[in-house]
Write a protein that binds this ligand. Structure first.
Ligand code: ATP
Ligand code: MG
Length: 115
């Protein structure tokens, strides 16, 4: 199992829900977060702030966490990279982690079957 963490612009929330639904993700966790990437928050959504800056500028983003079977990871990533980009900086990043186990608390079942 892998956890895919997708950090994207908040206005993409409906599109990411559609992608998760299309790939039959068995659940998801969405959080509102603040963050910055390589531009340190000073160029996002196509506008570029000229001049010097002295501190990092954190911008609102959503983080979508889905845990899926290994075989599903690549297709989901390809779909995100097809549907989510605006062409501007700040479109987001995807991080993939190994998941050791999953447990459904109600029944005590473990492993891929709980997804
Ligand atoms: N190295 C990182 N570690 C943790 N979170 C990150 C990292 N890079 C980006 N993020 C998160 O992803 C969000 C979106 O990043 P962003 O799309 O600006 O990445 P980027 O590398 O600057 O790419 P681009 O040049 O397209 O803007 C950030 O606001 C931050 O929350
Ligand atoms: Mg950036």
């Amino acid at each position: 199992m892998k956890e895919i963490s997708i950090i994207i612009k908040p206005e993409k929330i409906e599109q990411i829900k559609e992608i998760a639904d299309k790939h039959h993700c068995g659940g998801m966790t969405i959080s509102t977060v603040m963050g910055c990437g390589t531009q340190l928050g000073y160029a996002d959504g196509g506008s570029v702030v000229k001049g010097m800056h002295t501190s990092i500028n954190l911008l609102p983003k959503i983080r979508v966490d889905v845990v899926v079977k290994n075989a599903a990871v690549n297709e989901i990533i390809l779909d995100i990279c097809d549907k989510i980009p605006t062409g501007n900086v700040g479109d987001g990043k995807i991080f993939v982690r190994d998941i050791e186990d999953a447990i459904r608390i109600r029944t005590g079942e473990r492993g891929e079957g709980v997804l």
